[in-house]
Ligand binder design. Sequence first.
Ligand code: TTP
Length: 725
Amino acid sequence: MPVARRETCDGRVIAHVDMDCFYVQVEQRKQPSLRGLPTAVVQYNSYKGGGLIAVSYEARKSGVKRRSSIHEYKNVFVFSSMRGDEAKEACPQIQLVQVPVARGKANLNTYRNAGSEVVSILSRKGRCERASIDEVYLDLTDAAQTMLMETPPESVEHVQEEVLKSHVLGLQIEDEDDAKEEVRKWLCKSDASYQDKLLACGAFIVADLRMQVLKETEFTCSAGVAHNKMLAKLASAMNKPAQQTVVPQSSVEGLLEYFPIKKMKQLGGKLGTSLQSDLGVNTVGDLLQFSEDKLQQRYGINTGTWLWNIARGISGEEVEGRLLPKSHGSGKTFPGPQALKTIGSVQHWLNELCEELSERLDSDMDQNKRIAHTLTLHARAYKTGDSDSHKKFPSKSCPLRYGTTKIQEDALTLFLAGLRDFLSFYNFKTHGNENNNWGITALSVSASKIVPIPSGTHSIAKYFSERFPSGSSSNQSVDDVIDEVAPSSPSGSDNCLGVIPSELQLEYPEEDTGVNHSKACLDHQDLLCNLSEKVDGLTEESSHVALPGNEDRMTRNEPYRDLLSKEPRLAFNASSLKAVEKKKAAGKKPHGNSSIIKFFNNYHNSQSSFEQKNVTNAQGVKIPLLHGSQSASGSNLTSNQVEMASEIHQLEEIDANNSGCSIDTMPQGSQAWSYNIDEIDPSIIDELPPEIQEELRTWLRPRKRPNVVKRGSSITQYFRPDKGR
Ligand code: TTP
């Protein structure tokens, strides 16, 4: 029997608000002449008119839709998006607007900013959680209770039209002409239960908020009002656009009875499939026949309980008070023939993505006084013949260092670490003409663990010491990176996904709409952030990886965009330079061939010696081959990194003079410690001891800023992590 904590209705009033065809609305606001016309926003990649990423409701009436086909492959739903050309056939009047572009990829800033406008309005009435670029959860419990006490619905003389347009699940309406009157009666019923009265108040409040959004931003949105997040999210999608749906507790069973199990949040994948094939569960209602014990025995304690709860519409997930994104991300996919096959092209795109990420981090720091702590790289690679290969490139994380160049360097190191694991998985060997068997089909970088910037001298020192731990102030080591944590359990509280199962995220554009469609973590709608969850999304473009429906794209005679041949010489990181120096010292010439396949070959061929050399760094210090921990003590380059770079260097013709890096400027030794003067917020100078204020101001003066503070200066001494303060 359900225990108290599982009360199906605990009196909370939760709303989920979702913008209608959001990108289209943003474009229509920019170009008012498009209003009322069938309109769609297309991706940056204009192949066949560009993939559709947002479709207006006028266009939907003519059969234009974002997804043109869906098929299930290995228990995963794979979507192909409709393209502009196809949309024109279905609706010749359609207006196609290309997503804004920057750095050769979609730039979502306009949409993010528009989302922020909406959030600032919706947050006026209660705790507000920004769940994705265009959706929020609201906890309206307090506001509803207040309204019920002060102006209960039954006392409202004139109920506004927007409120009367609500849909109340389970409310029988015989004649559509009477719909508004029936809704009014339900909302204003004086002998309704306390919970229903609270929901009615919620409907009034949400309708009012939606009207404010329309008035102040010109955007329409739809909403669900229920006793928990899960039900509110289900409801908001039921009546669109510009409408709202209320879920009284008495209608929950009916709502879930026929709701497809695989459409529930977290049940689109293996778990949902197992429920179908092993237990014959096809709808959420089917789950009701199983006891909690049975579900726990089969799926474990937490998942079993979670399944038992969702069958009854129970979800205790709180609305987090969060108006700002939890993370930032930038990603791009390289479908079919665009797959990246050279380290140079990977580095080129990583540089672009990191530049965008760095800009967003800087503006977050400026505007919101927040800093991010973790940098994560996600990638997908394919290997012909292994349709699961796209799942095998591991995500890697490391501490985030501010500054575009540093982020670029670290992202490359993370990529190499992932590549190494990927190669190990296949125990890779290549022969002859296998160069086309491999490629990188998606890249994304994200910054997470974002916290308010510390203020005050002590915190600043801590901030710096965290950024540059153990003197490893230069590049991240390949062995220092951390494997990304596996996705949380279905009941994980971190996930605010709604009804859309993770597989649906796979639809995300082959392009770069970039980033963060994930509904779970706002800015992870990016392509690859949160590969396993839908939301910011974003987990999405597997449809462009070597799946059956897409293989034709791999072989089609489409013009192959050879990125490498067009790209300029790329600045290399310190590791690469060091490697170049090593090669030069050994009298060897760097190779000009930068094929990834060669990298694979070189990696494989050198693996055994690599493993051995790996244990000793440049200073002769033994370094354990540990993942997820700092391995170098006092060395700027781990031997591992040098070796890895050495491999790269065999593939790339490097002009050392192109690099702005100088590894020699970094202090050496176990007590080494440095930081970037640019990372000091000038506003904290007054809080520092007088003896270092003057010196710091000198450093901060424009045009005289060095990248690295001189060893032995009082500032350096002051900020030393081991300084006993
Ligand atoms: P959604 O909220 O999923 O859809 P929507 O707002 O366009 O339409 P609806 O009224 O049905 O909710 O996505 C929000 C925006 O995210 C959408 O306008 C464009 C973008 N997006 C993509 O770029 N790719 C995608 O695959 C999806 C689903 C959304």
